[in-house]
Design a binder for this molecule. Structure first.
Ligand code: ZN
Ligand code: ZN
Length: 353
């Protein structure tokens, strides 16, 4: 697990705030030279600007979603549905919270101010995601119930086991920041934002499909949109970092990436079976197929190959209705509010959700 790939590990230095005589356009993503002055019309990776615009255009706050209908409906859910609801919000809170910090940490070490800027927006969105979990929980359960849901991440053995590797990889980057540990943290961010969340999202969309807890699902669809964009950016950052550091662009390291995907798909299967098998309306075979489909999708986005050739199509097509309306001005699926979207490019990842 802690295998090293790039020979000698050189620790990255935290970047200076200003280096007045260095160039405005950075020389490298990490360990480069830049004066930290950001001119969006003169950046090393011009397509980062388009991603920046798309991420910014998704601004929302939790309070925009009126939770009143869900407050009334929660007591009518079956016990299994209530239990899964609380567990899954607990899972999302546990995994989403560190993303604010991880985005900030990557920003501390990148020498590309366009990445610093995008990470600032992502960190802000992550902080709103975290807030939204407390917001939805406070609508459906009392303070004790809310505290219990947030305790999941430190007490539930299945969840603890599931999170073991991401904890190790993220903390390794925090303790020993290097090109290698940064690349590994990016791989785990792609797993988190591109795969871990999706069985959780599916649970809420399945409820909404049966006209249950529609406000919660609206909130989840906002988070989902953000995560798709974050996953896309982290994939681009991974590709560019790998291209700048060819000593990691070798079979050994790429095999490590595939092994992480395979391992995490297994963990995800265990977790999904643990929380969802008593819930009506979700076919577990489809769910596991969807997880593998998401794994393929993320690997492709990172410029790698698919590892589950039998899952190149989404086996849960109904999900697309919940996060798939992105052209121009549209009322969102749940018709709770009208939102203006910028036109997204073909690469946004929504088409194949
Ligand atoms: Zn998030
Ligand atoms: Zn994210």
């Amino acid at each position: 697990m802690n295998k090293r790939f790039g020979g000698k590990m050189t620790l990255l230095k935290e970047v200076q705030v200003l280096e007045p005589i260095d160039p405005t356009r950075t020389t490298r993503l990490f360990e480069g030279d830049t004066n930290e002055i950001l001119n969006w019309n003169d950046i090393k990776y011009p397509h980062f600007y388009d991603i920046r615009e798309e991420i910014r255009a998704q601004f929302w706050i939790a309070a925009e979603v009126d939770m009143t209908p869900d407050v009334k409906q929660f007591p009518d859910l079956t016990e299994a549905e209530q239990d899964a609801y609380l567990k899954i919000i607990g899972l999302l809170a546990t995994l989403d919270a560190p993303q604010t910090d991880l985005a900030a940490k990557l920003a501390d070490y990148t020498t590309d101010p366009s990445v610093t800027s995008i990470m600032a927006t992502i960190a802000d969105q992550e902080s709103e995601h975290n807030h939204s979990y407390a917001y939805v929980l406070s609508s459906v359960t009392d303070l004790n119930g809310q505290i219990e849901a947030f305790e999941m991440g430190r007490q539930d053995p299945v969840l603890l086991k599931r999170n073991e590797r991401i904890v190790e990889i993220y903390n390794e980057f925090a303790t020993n920041p290097s090109i290698e540990t940064a690349l590994k943290a990016m791989v785990y961010t792609s797993l988190l934002e591109g795969m871990y969340f999706y069985s959780a999202f599916a649970y809420f969309y399945n409820l909404a499909r049966h006209n249950k807890m529609v406000a919660t699902s609206t909130m989840i669809s906002f988070i989902n949109r953000d995560e798709l964009q974050h996953a896309r950016f982290i994939s681009e950052l991974f590709r560019a970092t790998l291209a700048e550091n060819p000593e990691y662009n070798n079979e050994d390291f790429i095999e490590w990436v595939y092994a992480q995907y395979r391992h995490n798909v297994e963990m995800e299967k265990e977790w999904a079976t643990y929380v969802l098998s008593d819930v009506q309306g979700i076919d577990m075979d489809d769910m596991i197929g969807y997880i593998k489909y998401r794994a393929n999708k993320m690997l492709r986005m990172m410029g790698l190959s698919e590892i589950y050739p039998e899952y190149t199509e989404n086996p849960m097509k109904w999900i697309r209705a919940y996060v798939d309306n992105f052209d121009g001005v549209k009322t969102d699926f749940f018709e709770q509010k009208s939102r203006q979207y910028t036109k997204t490019s073909d690469l946004n990842g929504f088409d194949d959700l």
